[in-house]
Design a protein around this ligand. Structure first.
Ligand code: PEP
Ligand code: MG
Length: 584
């Protein structure tokens, strides 16, 4: 892989990690949290008028920029969302709360314009967060974005609007994006994104796949080299970013993009097809979701249920934690929409790269967060928080076919403590006369090698298993899944991984408890035949990947695959394994 860049008088390309397939063509929108961390410095009394003038000039510059953007956005064929977005930004820019109050701050505190603006922005954002109406509350992001525009001018980073019209789609370019940042794209019309940091199975990449927007991470130099408004192409399949493409390249990509769209629409025919192999073995294809709104895609894909609800996303981007009732409402929505199909709700898996602002301050700074107090370890250390979530899940079990999934198990004691807490939550609900399913199934994620290797004690205490290959690979190969520097070593086909997977699947089958794969391997159509050959009968993945995997399922013969895969499992030469997997 080549992470270098190839300058060209006009056009250049960068290579990174392909994390979410497809092609996006649009104008770059630079996002940076770093710009918001502005320094404070004291301005001499007599220089204050000049500082205020600097601020006003920056506002005027941004007002002009927004005018140009608006003119572009209202041309026929542009999505109406963009014009609306620009309007909201213009409105905030002219609001005295942003345009005037910072000047008062500058006068009173003799501080620089950037600092005054950020102070006021933080105050406004905090006020917006108090608003009950979720639509209005979310407008705080618009405040941040418009402030970012002003800051960029103040910090002397002029924005350059794209020279070539016709592309009103926005492609986010960032140094890094947290999963919490990325999940916010769900509500915006973003064509794609690229980042300088990040690994292929980081949660940021996972969210991109769940949004079905093309993304490339680990580009190293995109943020400093791409300018605001540059026309860019994101090839999320090959992991390439092309900046300011020539006409020929642009046409080629437009064609490819249309072809891909056509392929996707053809796949839709499979939606109602029975998910079974050629030798008549039923295969359950379920969906991974992050937020209740994802059920729209779950239904569109015709999934057999929700195999993984990553509930921690309900806890992100907010200053207060969702309480029992709010969580119940989210789980109830999903359970009801799935109308009797299984809904596997994973308890809070916070920690490592998934952080919740509301917990900042109480969270201990972990020297190595991936190995720290995350997921079930964190929940057991915070019993009140955990009990509230368990009660919310239990209450939703009255409405649909809900089951509880526990992340990051390694010790029998963790299961026992968790089961005791579930019993305690049930007792609390009985006292409140709340209804729930007394026999709610409780399963465990197998994502730590220790759990995979000492499975006997786990299967005796749990009703189902779900293999989290993302973490299983991370912990088996000692590769930080968010670190692009070691991303090339992150290998799902490493013989150690294949043996662990096969062992877990077989042990679960012997114990006669269901086992699924809900990590990214489960949604990779190139690995479907391999997993079927290992005996896997239940897959959970982003809804957008489901039909591609189904296409593999309907062409597979489990008996043939099983014989081939058992031979493959005896190999330990990576190249041979790769070859055989391709030919399965
Ligand atoms: C996994 O680790 O494979 C998994 C499904 O959980 P997450 O990606 O949320 O850590
Ligand atoms: Mg995991």
């Amino acid at each position: 892989m080549n992470n270098g860049y190839h300058p060209h008088p006009m056009s250049f390309s960068l290579h990174g990690l392909a994390v979410s397939q497809g092609i996006a063509i649009g104008h770059a929108h630079l996002v940076s949290h770093a710009t918001l961390e502005v320094a404070r410095y004291t301005v001499r009394e007599r220089d204050i008028p000049r500082e205020i003038e600097r601020f006003e000039t920056a506002l005027a510059t941004v007002r002009n920029e927004l005018g140009v953007l608006h003119a572009e956005a209202v041309t026929p064929g542009s999505p109406s969302e963009l014009a609306a977005l620009v309007n909201v930004h213009a409105m905030f820019l002219d609001d005295p709360l942003l345009a005037e109050v910072p000047k008062d701050l500058m006068r009173e505190r003799r501080c620089n314009a950037e600092w005054a603006l950020v102070q006021q922005m933080e105050l406004l954002v905090a006020q917006f967060e108090e608003i009950d109406d979720s639509y209005l509350r979310e407008r705080k992001h618009d405040i941040v974005q418009v402030v970012e525009r002003v800051l960029r001018v103040l910090l002397d980073k002029p924005r350059r609007l794209g020279k070539r019209g016709g592309y009103s789609e926005l492609v986010i370019v960032a140094h890094d994006l947290s999963p919490a940042d990325t999940i916010q794209f769900k509500n915006l019309k973003i064509a794609g994104f690229v980042t300088d940091l990040g690994g292929a199975t980081s949660h940021t990449a996972i969210v991109a796949r769940s949004l079905a927007i093309p993304a490339v991470v680990g580009l190293h130099h995109a943020r400093p080299l791409v300018r605001e408004g540059d026309l860019i192409i994101v090839d999320g399949t090959r992991g390439v970013l092309i900046v300011d493409p020539g006409e020929r390249v642009l046409e080629e990509y437009q064609l490819k993009k249309r072809e891909l769209e056509l392929e996707r629409s053809k796949l839709k025919r499979l939606k109602t097809a029975r998910s079974a192999t050629l030798d008549n073995v039923d295969i359950s294809l379920q969906a991974n979701i992050e937020l209740p709104q994802d059920i729209v895609q779950v239904k569109e894909a015709g999934a057999d249920g929700v195999g993984l609800f990553r509930t921690e996303f309900l806890f992100m981007n907010r200053d207060t934690l969702p309480g029992e009732d709010e969580q119940f409402e989210a789980y109830r929505l999903v359970a009801k929409a799935l109308a009797g199909k299984p809904v596997t709700i994973r308890t809070l898996d916070l920690g490592a790269d998934k952080t919740a602002r509301a917990l900042h301050g109480t969270e201990r700074q972990s020297p190595n967060p991936a190995l720290g107090l995350r997921a079930i370890r964190y929940c057991l250390a915070e019993p009140q928080l955990f009990l509230a979530q368990l009660r919310a899940i239990l209450r939703a079990s009255h409405v649909g076919n809900v089951q509880i999934l526990i992340p990051m198990l390694a010790h029998v004691t963790e299961i026992e403590q968790t089961l005791a807490m579930i019993e305690q939550a049930k007792q609390q609900l009985r006292e409140r006369r709340c209804k729930f399913n007394e026999h709610i199934p409780v399963g465990g994620m197998i994502e730590i090698p220790a759990a995979a290797l000492a499975l006997g004690a786990l299967v005796r205490r749990l009703q189902f298993l779900s293999i989290g290959t993302n973490d299983l690979i991370q912990y088996t190969l000692a590769i930080d899944r968010t670190d692009e520097a070691v991303a090339h070593l992150y290998d799902p086909l490493h013989p150690a991984i294949l043996r662990l997977l096969s062992h877990v699947i077989q042990t679960a089958q012997k114990a006669e408890i269901p086992v699924a794969v809900c990590g990214e391997m489960g949604g990779d159509p190139k690995l479907t035949r391999l997993l079927l050959g290992m005996g896997l009968r239940q897959f959970s993945m982003h809804p957008t990947q489901l039909l591609e995997v189904k296409q593999q399922v309907v062409m597979a013969d489990t008996e043939q695959l099983s014989a081939k895969v058992s031979r493959l499992l005896r190999l330990d030469e990576p190249e041979r394994i790769r070859e055989l997997v391709e030919r399965l």
